[in-house]
Design a protein around this ligand. Structure first.
Ligand SMILES: *[C@@H]1O[C@H](CO)[C@@H](O)[C@H](O)[C@H]1NC(C)=O
Length: 248
């Protein structure tokens, strides 16, 4: 029985995997503008707590999200497919995929339909100029309606853990994750699993002393998947260094 159906089980397993890696949300509508110039503009820091976006593998394929989409940082690291929508004058065909890496703050001194694009309850993506011009005929479009949906992120290599803080308060930036992280636990070589709390963006904290211990991490994304990276960090780890874990 098992022998006869092995091939079909493989086919089923492969289609389940394909469905997982191609997972997409439903289309929704928003607007998009751009910041900076063709050099890309802001690629350092930001409200998700990432550092140098080029060094960390995000490049220019990023966006700052309005309050309605940013979800207090919980959306940091999520990927979206975006295409210009219902604007024949300015829309170019095709779509882009970006990672949420920053927050587009409201500006209540401007109305939502005239400059206050990121004011609640507006759904808005502020794109780098090189990404914006991929979905419009010309950057003079300024602001365009878009369709967007959540897609599974594709990342090169394992997720990374950058350790910051001090011996009494450890802050771990979790980046290059194929998804938006909603929970992180850490286990030192002489501790049990410890749930970390979100400090800001994708920086996760614990007050447990872990200096001199090798560290394992469990990372969960919003779609409920968890990856455990056993001993991803060696016992001689240093503050300011980053270490590679598993990947979704
Ligand atoms: C908000 O908009 C006003 C009016 O255009 C502008 O003067 C101000 O600099 C803006 N504030 C921020 C934080 O961008």
């Amino acid at each position: 029985m098992i022998k006869c159906c092995g091939f079909f089980l493989v086919v089923i397993a492969m289609s389940v995997m394909a469905t997982k890696t191609m997972a997409q949300g439903a289309w929704d509508t928003a607007h998009a503008t751009f910041y900076g110039d063709m050099s890309g503009g802001e690629t350092m820091q930001g409200a998700c707590g990432y550092g140098d976006l080029f060094q960390q593998g995000y490049g220019l394929e990023t966006a700052a999200l309005s309050t309605a989409l940013f979800n207090n940082g919980q959306t940091c690291g999520a990927c979206f497919e975006i295409q210009c929508y219902d604007d024949p004058q300015w829309c170019a065909p095709g779509s882009i995929t970006i990672t949420a890496t920053n927050f587009c703050p409201p500006n209540y001194s401007k109305p939502g339909d005239d400059g206050g694009w990121c004011n609640p309850p507006r759904k808005h993506f502020d794109l780098s100029m090189p990404m914006f011009v991929k979905i419009v005929k010309d950057y003079h479009a300024g602001i365009v309606p878009v369709q967007f949906r959540r897609v599974t992120c594709v990342k090169q290599g394992g997720m990374r853990f950058e350790i910051k803080g001090n011996p009494y308060w450890i802050l771990v930036l979790v980046y290059n994750v194929a998804g938006d992280v909603v929970a992180v636990s850490v286990k030192g070589s002489s501790t049990d699993w410890i749930a970390m709390s979100r400090n800001w963006g994708q920086n996760w904290q614990t007050g447990t002393q872990l200096v001199g211990q090798s560290l394992s991490f469990k990372v969960t994304t919003s779609d409920g998947r968890t990856v455990e990276s056993d001993n991803a960090v060696p016992s001689n780890w240093q503050f300011g260094q980053n270490y590679e874990g598993g990947q979704f």
